[in-house]
Design a protein. Structure first.
Ligand code: SAM
Length: 289
């Protein structure tokens, strides 16, 4: 496995508020923090006491369910509450970033090559599928950098996230549950940003299995997340780790935890491209064995 990390900068952390610069986004961030995350955090101490201070590993049994008095897994609960779900999507859109593409040669080379084909004569039917891509902000960033990919991108998310979106020029928008069979077969890249840290390992393996079944030999999965060292993690990552456990039974993963997860998935780890060495934000590239 090759390790690449060319970019070193101190730009934002995924869940920092440094990109929340206007009042509308501030309102949505507050709503997300107070109305969505707040009840879960308030229940966290009693939840831990009741469960014997164990790791939170079941998406349907977290402080979120206790705080919101529901049996529904968090995303199902949010999807039924447009004001909270919209707050989540608005905050995710506000903290979009194109940093991950910088120095990722495997993506750059393929994007340039795909840009020389047409939708009628493609190398692959679709170049880039943003799996769980929210309102499409990352697809927009890819198109900004590679305009020739117009028409070759797909945005997928839950129906509640995408069905009322305005059409996106150059991007096919579709409802897709990533726990179900993947509708787009044989794409060049399946991109997952801040998806895996929302889920415990067993759920991540199901997501990867569905993508693996859709891939051919030169398809790749790109996981855009933090890849932490065993010690001395940035405080932001530690806070996100606690937050993911509390809301979703998710977690931030160390390099060893990613390697173990990928090994269990049956996929091959091709490369870890660390694009921010202070925050450990990285793209993990996977292919079929
Ligand atoms: C933390 S957000 C990340 C959004 C986006 N990838 C980003 O980085 O900004 C998680 C996303 O996963 C979506 N999601 C949750 N469960 C899903 C499922 N079963 N199938 C597809 N998308 C799902 C949510 O609607 C949300 O847009």
């Amino acid at each position: 496995m090759e390790e690449v990390g060319k970019e070193e900068n101190s730009s934002h952390f995924p869940f920092s508020t440094t990109q929340i610069t206007n009042l509308t986004d501030t309102f949505f961030l507050s709503s997300l923090r107070f109305d969505c995350c707040g009840p879960a955090f308030q229940s966290f101490p009693s939840f831990l006491a009741e469960t014997g201070y164990q790791d939170v590993t079941d998406s349907a049994k977290t402080p979120f369910q206790k705080g919101h008095n529901t049996d529904l897994p968090s995303f199902q609960y949010l999807a039924q509450r447009p004001e909270l779900f919209n707050a989540l999507q608005t905050v995710m859109t506000a903290i979009q970033s194109a940093d991950w593409m910088t120095g990722l040669d495997i993506f750059d080379r393929s994007a340039r090559a795909a840009g020389t084909t047409t939708p009628q004569t493609p190398i692959k039917p679709f170049f880039f599928v943003d799996v769980g891509g929210g309102h499409g902000h990352q697809c927009r960033r890819v198109l900004e950098k590679y305009p020739a990919l117009h028409g070759r991108l797909v945005l997928q998310d839950l129906p509640e996230a995408v069905e009322k979106l305005a059409p996106m020029d150059g991007v096919k928008v579709m409802a897709q549950d990533f726990f179900q069979k993947q509708a787009v077969q044989d794409a060049q890249f399946y991109y997952l940003r801040r998806i895996m840290h929302d889920w415990p390992d067993a759920s991540c393996l199901k997501i990867l299995a569905n993508l693996s079944a859709a891939m051919t030999g030169d398809s790749r999965i790109l996981i855009d997340e933090v890849v932490l060292p065993d010690v001395n993690v940035p405080w932001q990552a530690a806070m996100t780790d606690v937050s993911m456990a509390c809301q979703l039974a998710g977690k931030e993963r160390t390099r060893a935890q990613w390697e173990s997860l990928v090994q269990q998935s049956g996929l091959r780890l091709v490369q870890i491209h660390t694009y921010n060495r202070l925050l450990y934000t990285s793209v993990i590239v996977l292919e079929k064995q």
